[in-house]
Design a protein around this ligand. Sequence first.
Ligand code: HEC
Ligand code: HEC
Length: 251
Amino acid sequence: MAHKAKNIHAQTSSTWMKRILPWIAVLAVSTTANPVMAGTDVAAMETKTIAAFHKDSFGNRQGNAVRGKQIATQACAQCHGAEGNAVSSAFPSLSAQLPNYLASQLMLFKTGQRRSPVMHAIATNLAAGDMLDVAAYYASQSPGKPYESTNAELLAHGEKLYREGDLKRGIPACTWCHGPGGGATSSIFPRIGGQSPIYLEVVLDVLKTKQFHIQEAYVMKAILTNLSREDIKAVSEYTSTLTAAKPESTR
Ligand code: HEC
Ligand code: HEC
């Protein structure tokens, strides 16, 4: 299975670069005007791509899912669930998430480059090897049930934004990077399908207000500048109903 994921990554990363180029301009503008995380000297921090950040943090080491399960049971299950399906809609599910993304986020929490007081305290106690192990464990788990939405109008607006974007307003389709079923199009993007609408709204607000500091997060920030509150609510509602468990093609 790891082999398959690698192939998907190889195919999609070059097409992704082509798709991303128009966004580099937006990105450059948004980074120069970037307000700073309180208490962090962002100027002194090198902004890296997720891939480079991951390599610097972990090299080529692989996680051990058996050891990761022990860590998950002791330190994570109370919020993220024993199998990675969150115990409440305030927390993200980690099941079936891409292991590189999971491990990188843990390191970002530890260094403060992604701000969350709760996760900072937890990640501080994890060594790089622990992060890889727990990421390997949660990545190997099956996703839980997606959300069911009863708000047809909100869902329709969210679906349109997710699938087509709104290029006149500078919003690309989310499918480009996150996949039509929310399973991501390559291992450098997160799987977002089936997360609770509440978590999605919160994390999109956090991204919009620039409390992440890693190169690709600026892409999300640039996109989110063009999304209204109502857009964020609608696209969160729609994303919560998606079910893809693995990286998929863009269509
Ligand atoms: C007390 C509850 C709690 C515990 C325990 C906890 N987390 Fe979290 N976790 C959170 C919350 C809340 C967030 C959302 C943070 C944010 O973005 O504001 C989060 C976010 C995350 C994310 C980012 C997910 C994403 O989709 O971007 C990862 C990865 C993560 N946690 C891993 C872990 C691991 C691994 C452990 C155990 C070592 C753990 N967490 C323990 C509450 C918890
Ligand atoms: C060009 C690629 C790209 C496009 C298009 C894109 N995203 Fe993202 N998205 C990313 C990347 C990269 C991250 C991870 C940021 C990081 O961790 O630094 C991300 C992160 C996220 C997260 C946080 C995931 C988590 O688990 O915490 C959400 C939610 C999200 N995107 C939703 C959307 C929505 C909704 C759209 C469409 C309006 C969209 N994205 C369009 C690349 C993209």
